[in-house]
Structure formats: C-alpha cells, structure tokens
Design a protein around this ligand. Sequence first.
Ligand SMILES: [Zn+2]
Length: 259
Amino acid sequence: MSDVLVLCYHAVSPSWPAPMSIAPDAFERQLRFLVRRGYRAATVAEALSDPPAPRTVAITFDDAYRSVLELARPILDRLGMPASVYVPTAWAGRDAPMSWPGIDQWVGGPHEHELRCMTWEELTGLADHGWEVGSHTRSHPRLPELDDAALDGELAGSRTDCESGLGRECQSLAYPYGAVDRRVVAAAQRAGYRHAVTLPRGLHRPEPLHWPRVGIYHVDGEARWRWRMKISPLARRIRASGPWESVDGVRRRLVGAEG
Ligand SMILES: [Zn+2]
C-alpha cells in the first residue's frame, strides 16, 4: 500500500511571525528532506486517486496567499514538485487583505500585506503549470455552524466560482479551520467534490471527502525533530487509529488557531 502524506501549509515569509507562516529556507529544507526520503510530489487529486509512487506527498496551501506564488513556487519549481492551493473564492483578486477570525489580528499592522489573496489570473497560471487549484469555500466560515442553504452556497457556490475563474473542473476542497462533521461531508459530496481535506490536530482514518492533512506551522520550521516526528509514517499510523467521532472535539480545541 502506498504511503500518501498530505501536508498543509499556509503562507511563506522570511519575516511574518504568524503560526501559519513558514520561512522560505525552512520550507525548502523540509521539501529536500522529503525528496531524500524518496517521496514524489503529486497534487491532492492525483495523490488520493492514483498515487504515482510508493511514497507520495501532496503539498497543499490554504487561503491562496500571494507569498505562495512569490516564495513557495520558485522553491517547488527547483525541486520539480507540483502543489495544491485552496482559494476562498470571495477573496480572489480583491485588494483588501483577507480577514476572518484567526488572521484578522494582522490587519492594520506591519504584516498586513501578507494577507493578500492571489488573483484568478495568478491562480490560472499555477493551474497551467501543473498545480491543482481547489476551493476553500467562498468566505472561509466554520461550515458546521451554517444552515443547509448557507452550507450549499459556500460549497457549490465556490466550486462554480473556481470553475468559472479557472476554466477547468474543480475537484478538491479544503474545509476552513479543518472544521467538518458528517453533514458537511454530505454537502461536499452533493456539491460535486471528489476529494476534500481536513486539518485535525490528531489524525483520523482517511476517506476521500474527509482526508487528514498534517499541518506544518512556524514552529516546525525551527524545530527539526518536530517536523520529522510529524511526518514519520509510524507516528502517523498511530495518530490515525483514533475514532472518527473524536475529530469534532479536536476541532473545538482548534478554534482560533488557524487561518
Ligand atoms: Zn484557511
């Protein structure tokens, strides 16, 4: 059976001290470590449906920060690695900094420019380059808190936005904050997604519309042992053995911790 490792990053910056931002040199060091371990990179759609190697890694970025284009892409290009980026479609191309609970404390400060979202043109350029561009909903809400109509609007609506913005099919979704329950998974299926990724603090058993990612944060760029422990196949198997139902408890603990 293939080892499929799905990593979740957000922004890449040499100076932004936010938990969801990682320094470019640490990011490159992490990728080179994966290459040395024999991992081959694929998009989420490829990795989950037809992994190209016994060890496959999908590098994902939530929120579509411009720094992914400016700082992460050159590093990934040097290593010949594609990636997947998840865009909150209502923010694509807007001049205003992205803002929601978890990142809004950076609005108005010296790092505000880090909150810029890519444009559809930039995202299309990434898709043309072999990257996958998926949905991160329209407005980045906590999906389990929405009623059915609003839930369908966020999921089906953002999928339509992606398809019209990119001119290609949108197959993948990342749940904002990793917040998800059975009703949200059913809505993602209804909206036509084939793959959807979560962000649990622990891991859980993978399902196509409920696939756990390993979140990589600022601190993981500084402490190499933390990073190695997080991606170790054995550690991941142990962490994934818990019951599905524990995920909601994990999600509650994550409130305010992610952008
Ligand atoms: Zn997000």
